[in-house]
Design a binder for this molecule. Structure first.
Ligand code: GLA
Length: 377
């Protein structure tokens, strides 16, 4: 481990980074045992860890949050109903396994928009996990850290997320997307050979309310579908079914439960096809699958919103655009658009203008730079 000795000659300081992610295709498939295709961004969360003079408490502060915390004893592993719950959940994972977490100041900063579907939460968890792992002599593998971070979010924060975001933040690789099978956790880094194209992220900047409860609701609808299907067919998770197999059990499902399950199965097939298309350099087809994914998330999974639909649908009509879709959990947040590089400037200008006219909100645009996973820096 690197680190520097501070001028007081007594305390060391260390710096870590964990990226956010953009999911290129495959949303709401991870917790259904399906495929996802995210890529780590060069944007993310930085963490500076400084040893404290006392060895029993921890300080937590962030450039993005007004409230700082100094906690010790049981409070270090108890919910505070605040942003600090993301790091605390990870501290608890380490402390539950008998590792030391006390005696540090944790300061967070970063360039990732917060709560915009680019995995700001997962990047806070993963940067904390990688830091605590380094400070304790690296007892855990990256996969274990990813699983601990996901568990922290599920059990401590109460968001019943799948594994995609933490995995992408941990296993990112420069200029590659990650084809991950969330059932087996087998994965492959797929080089993004862009052929003069770019992925452009557009942030709706729409304030998202109650995302966690709407998300958990979708998850439980998928679980209900799975239980009904299991009465007729042996299956471990929804994404084990092909669309043809799903058609044979669909008559047992109805209403939202039918729609949610149909999306999961269809989206999983979209990802499989998209990964093949990307490897073959068939970018037009990749773009078509992105569009199909958006439609399915809009009509069957019902996790888009007028702002996301507007950005994606306007993008579909724009010259040089091959595909556009919402990315991440939805209900707000971002779209990702595959577009010819020489059209990016006009796209950002035009779409930004019509979006602001329509919603009175300013969208932020980022040309995605794909970077490496969580590490000391
Ligand atoms: C959030 C969750 C992920 C995944 C996506 C939707 O980002 O954290 O686990 O379910 O939504 O694909």
């Amino acid at each position: 481990m690197g680190g520097t000795l501070l001028s007081d000659g007594m305390r060391h300081q260390y710096r870590f980074f964990a990226p956010g992610r953009v999911n290129l295709i495959g949303d709401h498939t991870d917790y259904n045992g399906g495929l996802v295709f995210p890529a780590a961004l060069s944007m993310g969360t930085y963490l500076t860890v400084t040893e404290r003079f006392d060895h029993f408490s921890c300080g937590f502060s962030s450039d993005n949050e007004p409230k700082a915390f100094t906690l010790c004893g049981d409070a270090l592993t108890e919910r505070q109903q605040a942003w600090v719950d993301y790091p605390l959940g990870v501290l608890k994972e380490f402390s539950d396994r008998g590792w030391s977490v006390e005696g540090y100041d944790f300061h967070y900063s970063g360039d990732l928009p917060i709560g915009a579907s680019l995995s700001s939460s997962a990047s806070i968890e993963m940067v904390t996990a990688v830091a605590l792992n380094a400070l304790n002599g690296e007892p855990f593998t990256m996969l274990e850290l990813v699983q601990m971070a996901q568990h922290a979010e599920n059990d401590f924060v109460g968001m019943n997320c799948g594994i995609m975001d933490q995995f992408a933040s941990g296993f990112g690789q420069k200029d590659c997307a990650i084809a991950l099978d969330c059932n087996t956790l087998e994965y492959e880094h797929v080089p993004l050979e862009m052929q003069g194209l770019k992925f452009v992220i557009a942030n709706t900047n729409k304030k998202r309310g109650l995302v966690d409860s709407a998300y958990n609701q979708r998850r439980s609808e998928c679980q209900q579908a799975l239980e009904i299907i299991r009465a007729h067919r042996q299956v471990d998770c929804l994404c084990q079914l092909t669309m043809n197999q799903f058609d044979t059990v669909a008559p047992y499902l109805a209403g939202n439960v039918l729609k949610r399950a149909r999306h999961a199965v269809r989206e999983n097939e979209n990802v499989r096809e998209a990964v093949t298309a990307l490897k073959a350099g068939a970018m037009v087809h990749f773009g078509q699958l992105m569009n199909a994914s958006h439609t399915s998330l809009r009509d069957d999974y019902e996790v888009t919103c007028p702002e996301l639909d507007f950005l994606a649908e306007r993008a579909h009509q724009f010259p040089g655009v091959l595909g556009s879709r919402m990315t991440g959990a939805g209900f707000g947040g971002c779209t990702v658009t595959l577009i010819a590089e020489d059209q990016v400037e006009a796209f950002v200008e035009t779409l930004g203008k019509v979006y602001e006219e329509r919603f009175g909100l300013r969208a932020d645009f980022y040309v995605a730079e794909i970077g490496d996973g969580a590490q000391e820096c």
